[in-house]
Design a protein around this ligand. Structure first.
Ligand SMILES: [Ca+2]
Ligand SMILES: [Ca+2]
Length: 499
């Protein structure tokens, strides 16, 4: 779920009140890439509280803080509606006649504050069941859909006395002690992990109860960030948006490492919307954000990008600039995209904390994309083998011999659970500086691979040794990176004994 992208449509009647979801996508951007026959159906009902492990339906406290989300298994289109204060809701979904399972949906409950998924909608099941049906077949308007939310178990049991509503037992979620196995762990915890995929369940193949758009490990075994195709989940059929990315960078100089606030002080969140057709997009803002991003500040425009919109000053409160994403171009390719770089200013943010992006098209139509990080760097690549002299800081670089190679070793960075990040690629990014701190020449990148040891050859270290001025130190960013864009770097300084 980094690319917890997802294209949703809704109709807002009044401030944050959804009178009924109208599918803008059907008559707008998405329609031409998924040409076909869509039929709107209204689903209305009540979201109630059933307490711990089910029980008597009662009014859900703070019901207006919840949303009901439906996703079509065939078209992958997403629909959502706010729940009213009395627990009632109504949303308009579309069945699709020309795609496989175009009459099937899976659904989930989202809490707005803090913005997160709090329930998988399932069919009735016993408290000891190890699976529950999640597929719903909608053949016409459905009224009286009763959804009982068991908040402790992230379970929302749905039933309706309607001939237009049936369960589809081909689509299920695995339960562990009554809880959908991916709930509460962003779809990547040990309960959710599996190698058994149900290819019929195109939205939730690992059947952990989290559809791909909110699952950090779609296939039950590999973190989404290791597969670049995952950035397209939810946007596959938008004409305007190609993909949505949200990921973390954590790059820290040697002198600033080890403090209890290292992650808070240095974490950078990147949210990026990559257009399919940039000229179709008017603006991108975050419509709703999880509490842990509510007081984020905007950081500098990342290197390699050129601002098109005016990028705000570093430290600007994001909420003071309408939680905008800014139109920029990527210098290397000229690609235009929308981006923001944020410091969350806390160490509480985590996978499962969502951001709902609102993309306004020049046509006036609106697309929504739900996104979030799939993992968080909690540590850097932690060095375990370094030159014995020096500390790696600017004022006291690690000191190497007058000639020869230098081998560094490290431990893999850990994620927010303390687990070492698997399958991450390492590289050395090397910068050369003269005695007054000016950079010499160009950065060199030495690819290491997935091993946690690498050698800086004398050819790399001495690359500019005959230049004038010659280097007085080099900076080595020991970098860990997945193909998504997330990266972590342990930044050290190093010098020859003769420099
Ligand atoms: Ca999963
Ligand atoms: Ca899943």
């Amino acid at each position: 779920m980094v690319t917890r992208t997802n294209f949703v449509s809704k109709f807002i009647g009044g401030a944050f009140v959804v009178l009924g979801c109208v599918v803008l996508g059907a008559c707008g951007a998405a329609s031409s890439t998924t040409a076909g026959s869509y039929t709107s159906q209204t689903i209305s009902g009540t979201l109630s509280d059933v307490g711990i492990s089910g029980g008597r339906f009662r009014i859900l406290t703070g019901a207006s803080n919840y949303m009901v989300w439906f996703q079509n298994v065939g078209s992958q289109r997403v629909y959502f509606a706010d729940v009213n204060g009395d627990g009632t809701f109504a949303l308009s979904v579309e069945t699709a006649s020309d795609v496989t399972r175009g009459d099937r949906f899976i659904a989930f409950i989202v809490k707005k504050d803090p913005l997160s998924v709090v329930g998988t909608i399932t069919g009735p099941h016993t408290s000891t069941a190890n699976s529950a049906v999640t597929g719903m077949i909608i053949s016409g308007a459905v009224t009286g859909l009763q959804i009982g939310l068991d908040r402790d178990n992230y379970n929302a049991v749905a039933s309706a006395n309607s001939s237009n509503f049936r369960l589809d037992s081909e689509l299920k979620t695995r339960l562990v002690s009554g809880r959908p196995s991916g709930q509460g762990n962003a779809g990547k915890g040990s309960d959710s992990v599996t190698s058994n995929l149900n290819v019929k369940n195109t939205l939730d193949q690992d059947e952990d109860g989290l559809p791909d758009i909110v699952d950090s490990m779609n296939d039950g075994s590999i973190l989404d960030n290791r597969v670049t195709d995952n950035i397209q989940e939810g946007a596959k059929w938008s004409d305007s948006v190609h993909s949505v990315m949200m990921f973390v960078n954590l790059k820290v100089q040697r002198e600033n490492q080890g403090s209890s606030t290292m992650v808070t002080d240095n974490s950078l969140i990147i949210i990026q919307v990559n257009p399919r057709n940039a000229s179709a997009i008017d603006s991108v803002v975050a419509y709703l954000v999880n509490t842990n991003y509510a007081t984020a500040t905007v950081d500098d425009l990342p290197g390699g990008y050129t601002a098109i919109d005016t990028w705000p000053a570093r430290g600007t409160a994001w909420r003071d600039v309408s939680k905008k994403l800014y139109k920029v171009s990527y210098a290397a390719t000229g690609a235009v995209l929308w981006k923001v770089a944020l410091k969350p200013e806390n160490n509480a943010f985590k996978p499962g904390d969502l951001v709902l992006l609102k993309v306004t098209l020049k046509s006036g139509k609106i697309e929504y994309y739900l996104t979030g990080i799939n993992f968080k760097f909690q540590t850097l690549p932690t060095l375990t083998g370094v030159p014995s002299t020096g500390t790696g800081t600017n004022i006291n670089p690690y000191q190497t011999g007058a000639t020869g190679n230098v081998t560094l070793t490290w431990n893999a960075p850990t994620d927010e659970t303390g687990s070492a990040l698997a399958g991450i690629d390492y590289s050395f990014e090397v910068f050369y500086y003269d005695s007054v701190g000016n950079q010499i020449g160009e950065r060199q990148v030495v690819f290491v691979g997935t091993g946690t040891s690498g050698t800086l050859t004398s050819a790399v270290i001495d690359r500019y040794s005959s230049s004038s001025p010659s280097p007085a130190s080099i900076q080595v960013d020991v970098t860990a990176r997945y193909p998504f864009g997330d990266n972590s770097a342990n930044i050290i300084k190093l010098k020859r004994s003769t420099w």
